[in-house]
Write a protein that binds this ligand. Structure first.
Ligand SMILES: C[C@H](O)[C@H](O)[C@H]1CNC2=NC(N)=NC(=O)C2=N1
Length: 94
């Protein structure tokens, strides 16, 4: 994906940051405690399984960091932005 394409997709998920020479996007989601962060991790895992696209996830007290990359190409693909948008939707709808 060219850097122009990355920028076009990123405007649809402005809360995500492009990292590692435009090879992945990431966002840290904040929560009120550890249990709510872990509940979100479970939702991320369910979405990953149903979409067949699996982000790297790290979490701790009050936060979950999601990193998206298409491993087959070690870079960004439209699918990464689709998952990002779906995760944004999940947090909006609660
Ligand atoms: C066959 C299956 O679609 C692939 O192994 C998928 C599974 N999940 C994946 N997830 C991610 N993030 N990148 C991939 O390239 C990928 N490949």
């Amino acid at each position: 994906m060219s850097s122009a394409e990355v920028e076009t997709f990123r405007t649809k998920v402005p809360e995500w940051t492009v990292a590692d020479s435009s090879s992945r996007i990431e966002r840290t989601f904040r929560f009120r405690n550890f249990a709510e962060a872990f509940a979100f991790v479970q939702k991320v895992a369910e979405l990953a399984e149903s979409e067949g696209h699996h982000p790297d996830v790290s979490f701790g007290w009050g936060y979950v960091t999601v990193s998206l990359q298409t491993k087959k190409i070690k870079g960004l693909h439209e699918n990464d932005f689709i998952i990002a948008a779906k995760l944004d939707e999940i947090t909006k709808s609660g």
